[in-house]
Design a binder for this molecule. Structure first.
Ligand code: BES
Ligand code: MN
Ligand code: ZN
Length: 493
């Protein structure tokens, strides 16, 4: 059964549910609606609060077992003392959904008293995130030993248009994130460049978008020597996929979303060390984010023109692979000396940024798991944000924080450009260890021609290497929320 999300305006005490999750702030007091739920539990909720067994701290939970009708189980979930935001609601609902998964209740109702549209959106996102799984490659236990997966979530919310809009936005973004997470979880032998073509075709068909697919031959015609040098080590057909959502006026300049789609990054001839190399299946997370965002934008029918472009291949060492010292020519004519074949993402993006120009972007935003340096600099809690147009950077930063995918700006000063000057070519593809995320972004900037552009380095944020409590170890869905938020904000103005 597929995952289903519903919005209900019912009073909490009137719902018949295997699990009612009630999200409460730090040191909560309960109102009449929750007291009505508490009555059949003989006041156990109130007692647990009075005794300070349950204090409403972030991620704190307490389970009450009810009768055979009404709320058959009640789960209190703390959301802590932070101001209620989309991200706070999302986290609490995800905790609830993961508990529901462990209990095997199959369905859940969730209540956050006084939730506005943004909090409702967060509840939907959290419920979906907390119930997300990728079971495809694992043998499931026999039916009798199995706990039911959480397959139905009903959000209790006010009967207003704003709440309905928040719910719809949450459901759309959740679906986009599910696409991105699924692609991110798939191993490199399952998610290939062809997978992006298939997923792209599905999204295009579902939402009436135009799709363009280029392979090696078409990229040769486009003189994409930078992208192609990464793909020359693999027998797999590289793919460039462009999806066009025409939601705005025909003459409106589009927002162009661009994603790095390395289905696996071995490093190539400059091969990576073996420990944790399996993590590099996630190196398509920028492209997965573009696909997920296009799905959400299509679902929401946002009245804006948006183009999503991904470049996908696999970085492999082989007899035909590009090697250090080689010089290649990108589609804008610039020559690049390959110093390190592991700096492949920027080589793929270079030709995508040139390709983007033909759409006459109002704004182009690329997302890429581009550098280890951003993981060192910002860790798992902030996206690296770069751009020369400060208002575009501010717009993206605002969108990221609204979406619960906060970013932090880093400079693109000319001084750093010295590091990527080459003796034999126009540029070299690496600038040494110092300021590695900045020199990577400066390299990309060389291929941006006259349109506002923002670069998101999501190497630290697209995939969590630890279980975060509210989401399991694995893909996070970043940057889907940021992308969709930017487009929504433009739709409003
Ligand atoms: N996909 C990696 C970036 C990466 C590295 C993400 C480690 C997460 C953890 C990228 O293609 C890469 O290998 N970058 C190199 C660049 C270097 C050779 C200049 C890096 O960051 O080490
Ligand atoms: Mn690499
Ligand atoms: Zn890479």
């Amino acid at each position: 059964m597929p995952f289903s999300l519903q919005l209900s305006h019912a009073a909490p005490a009137s719902v018949d549910s295997p699990l009612l999750a009630i999200i409460l702030p730090q040191h909560p007091s309960i109102d009449a609606a929750v007291r009505a739920v508490d009555a059949p539990l003989a006041g156990a909720i109130q007692r647990s609060i009075t005794r300070r067994d349950f204090r409403g701290g972030r991620d704190e939970t307490m389970l009450f077992v009810g009768g055979d009708t009404g709320a058959q189980r009640v789960l209190l979930v703390g959301r802590g003392s932070a101001t209620l935001t989309r991200a706070v609601a999302r986290r609490a609902a995800a905790i609830a959904a993961r508990q529901a998964g462990k209990l095997g209740t199959g369905a859940m109702h969730v209540l956050l008293d006084g939730a506005d549209a943004d909090a409702i959106e967060g509840l939907v996102l959290g419920a979906a995130a907390g119930s997300w799984a990728y079971p495809d490659l694992q043998t499931q236990p026999p039916e009798k030993d199995r706990r039911a997966r959480l397959e139905s979530v009903t959000v209790l919310g006010a009967d207003t248009d704003a709440v309905r809009a928040g719910f719809a936005a949450g459901a759309a973004v959740a679906e986009g994130q599910a696409i991105a997470k699924r692609l991110g979880m798939m191993p490199g032998n399952v998610c290939t460049p062809e997978t992006f073509v298939e997923v792209g075709r599905e999204i295009a068909a579902r939402h009436g978008m135009t799709i363009t697919v280029l392979g090696r031959a078409e990229m040769e015609q486009e003189k994409m020597g930078s992208f192609l040098c990464v793909a020359q080590g693999t027998p797999e057909e590289p793919r460039l996929v462009a999806l066009e959502h025409r939601g705005g006026a025909p003459d409106q300049q589009p927002i162009v979303l661009i994603g790095k789609g390395l289905c696996f990054d071995t490093g190539g001839i400059s091969i990576k060390p073996a420990p944790e190399m399996e993590w590099m299946k996630f190196d398509m997370s920028g492209a997965g984010g573009v696909m997920g965002a296009m799905e959400a934008i299509g679902r929401l029918k946002l009245p804006v023109n948006v183009v999503g472009i991904i470049g996908s291949t696999t970085n492999m060492p082989s007899g035909t692979a590009v090697k250090p010292g080689d010089v290649v020519r990108a589609s804008n004519g610039k020559t690049i000396e390959i110093i390190n074949t592991d700096a492949e993402g920027r080589l793929v993006l270079a030709d995508l940024l040139v390709f983007a120009k033909r759409f006459n972007p109002a704004l182009a935003i690329d997302a890429a798991t581009l550098t280890g340096a951003i993981v060192i600099g910002l860790g798992a809690n902030a996206v690296g944000v770069f751009g020369s147009d400060t208002s575009a950077v501010d717009e993206v930063l605002a969108a990221g924080s609204a979406a619960g995918e906060p970013g932090w700006p880093l400079p693109l000063w000319d001084e750093y450009k010295e590091q990527i000057k080459s003796d034999v070519a126009d540029l070299k593809n690496t600038g040494g260890r110092a300021a590695g995320a900045i020199t990577a972004a400066l390299f990309l900037q060389e291929f941006v021609d006259g349109y506002p552009w923002v670069h998101l380095d999501v190497a630290g944020t697209a995939y969590s290497q630890v279980d975060l409590g509210w989401i399991p170890k694995g893909p996070t869905g970043t940057p889907v929320g940021t992308f969709v938020e930017i487009v929504r904000a433009r739709a409003r103005r």
